[in-house]
Ligand binder design. Structure first.
Ligand code: NDP
Length: 489
């Protein structure tokens, strides 16, 4: 059995406690992971705090920091296949997706590497003649970065990249479900030459690791990706220390399809939107809202595609849908689908574990017709391969249904009418609107949600500024002595 180690203060260690990690494709234990407890977290945060003022990091120029990030990007690109195989083994995400995504993760590090020496302060046109005032832009401090199991390397890159470009130090907590790729990535951090303590990568359970980390008094900035319930804990913990928090949470993203759209092309986008990553994607287009006159036609096309999907071993390049990451996740999906059917939703396809996969946490691509029904599947985030179909007549009804959710992460609009597309973009309540496409991402584009989907943005220029703070510096230019404040003139 393989075993993995924490990376703390430049050193690898197995820690005092370990836990077993299960391969979701077989349901069998395949590796031992280190389990960080409160003392380990405290030691790690202190190491990160020390690293901030260590000349080996603090005295690097921004350009030198950028060079370290470029080196890390090259190492990620060179090791993408190995990291992808580890992520697939530990989370069940199919190898086609993990290898493509991790190769692209290198581009995220390159983007932030290029930004490192473009973070500027400012000189202010102060309204006092004998003063010079400028702003220094400084790293915000120790960053606690927390990621869930899906797309761990990607979700880590959008936190580590800007934090390191800005000169912060980081304690990154990998999810207890599938931490292997991030723990292995730590070797690349070391090889890239980041000084000890600047990047620390640990894993452990929410209550005794994540919670201790987010409430630690030496943490100044928390970058969290996960579910809304955990996010509330994180925000409460952050209040202890008044740490700056960004939250990237879940969604119940609407995909609105008008009858004038190219339905064949749209069907491919809808399938990718819900069944890629076995539906375990924060931006999963899990609510299809389709114009009533083309609903049956659209559902037929989607059902044909869903039934033809190749379910299989996630390490096999031919596989299109793999297992869910955990048995807990599969059980949750089964329960919500059962509740939805009881509520009146009609099963179009799927709705069960696929035949021939007795081992592993598989669930068939599923479509539920939820029109006119209060179906839990159309309200709750399932984080699985389940599409709920609703229908509308007219733009106003489409908008009302699309916005009828406390979430607001992503959305899709499919239409050939340009003016309508603009109206929909304006009225949809979500941080991302894809028009006649779905799931496109880039390091250049901000990513984040409205409402229960979180606060703050990752990616893009602004995200780097979020890891800095400004210091206002006042300098008196007059050589005259400062007048006695108690002598009247
Ligand atoms: P959770 O919120 O359960 O867990 C997320 C992370 O938080 C894990 O590392 C978890 O550790 C940790 N954690 C758990 N409890 C605490 C705590 N009390 N304090 C601090 N950290 C804690 O989310 P899931 O793992 O279930 O991930 C799925 C969720 O993530 C979905 O809602 C999904 O939409 C969202 N997500 C959002 C994305 C976005 O960018 N908007 C992208 C991807 C996913 P442990 O695993 O050890 O419990």
């Amino acid at each position: 059995m393989r075993s993995f180690e924490h990376y703390i203060d430049g050193t690898f260690s197995a820690g005092t406690q370990q836990f077993e990690s299960v391969n979701p494709a077989t349901g069998e234990t395949w590796a031992l992971m280190p389990r960080a407890g409160a003392e380990d977290v405290d030691r790690t945060v202190k190491a990160a705090h020390r690293a901030l003022s260590d000349p080996a990091w603090r005295n690097l120029t921004a350009t030198q920091r950028g060079k370290l990030l470029y080196k890390l990007a090259d190492l990620v690109a060179a090791n993408a296949q190995t990291l992808a195989e580890l992520e697939t083994a530990d989370t069940g995400k199919i190898i086609r997706e993990t290898s493509a995504q991790i190769a692209y993760v290198a581009e995220y590090y390159r983007y932030y590497a290029g930004l490192a020496d473009k973070l500027q302060g400012a000189h202010l046109p102060i309204d006092k003649p004998d003063m010079e005032v400028w702003l220094r832009r400084e790293p915000i401090g120790v960053v606690a970065a927390i990621v869930p199991w899906n797309s761990q390397l990607f979700l880590a890159a959008v936190k580590l990249g800007p934090a390191l470009a800005a000169g912060c130090s980081v304690v990154l907590k990998a999810s207890e479900d599938g931490p292997a790729p991030l723990l292995a990535f730590a070797k690349l951090v070391q090889e890239a030459g980041f000084p000890p303590g600047v990047v620390n990568i640990i894993t452990g359970f929410g209550p005794d690791c994540g919670s201790v980390l987010t409430s630690h008094p030496l943490v100044s900035r928390i970058a969290f990706t996960g579910g809304p319930e955990t996010a509330r804990h994180v925000m409460r913990n952050a209040a202890n220390n008044l740490a700056h928090v960004t939250l990237e949470l879940g969604g119940k993203s609407p995909v609105v399809v008008f009858g004038d759209a190219d339905l064949d092309s749209t069907a491919n986008a809808v399938v990718a939107g819900i069944f890629a990553a076995t539906g375990q994607s924060c931006v999963a287009g899990s609510r299809l809202i389709v114009e009533r006159r083309v609903k049956d036609q659209m559902v037929q096309k989607l059902a044909a595609k869903a039934k033809a999907i190749r379910i299989g071993d996630p390490q096999d390049r031919a596989t299109e849908v793999g297992p869910l990451a955990t048995a807990r996740q599969r059980d949750h999906i089964e329960a919500v689908v059962a509740q939805s059917l009881s509520a009146g939703a009609k099963l179009v396809c799927g709705g069960a574990r696929p035949e021939g996969f007795a081992k592993g946490f598989y669930y068939s691509p599923t479509i539920l017709d939820c029109d006119g029904v209060n179906s839990p599947s159309a309200e709750k985030e399932l984080f699985g391969p389940v599409l709920s179909v609703l229908s509308f007549d007219g733009e106003q009804e489409a908008i009302r249904i699309a916005n009828d959710t406390p979430f607001g992460l992503a959305s899709g609009v499919f239409t050939s009418n340009l003016s309508r597309a603009h109206r929909m973009v304006r009225d949809i309540h979500a941080g991302i609107v894809w028009v006649n496409t779905y799931r496109a991402v880039s390091p250049i584009v901000p990513f984040g949600g409205f409402g229960m989907s979180g606060t703050g943005r990752e990616g893009g220029l602004e995200s780097v500024l979020d890891y800095t703070r400004t210091k206002s510096v006042w300098l008196r230019t007059s050589d005259d002595p400062i007048p006695d404040p108690f002598v009247m003139r």
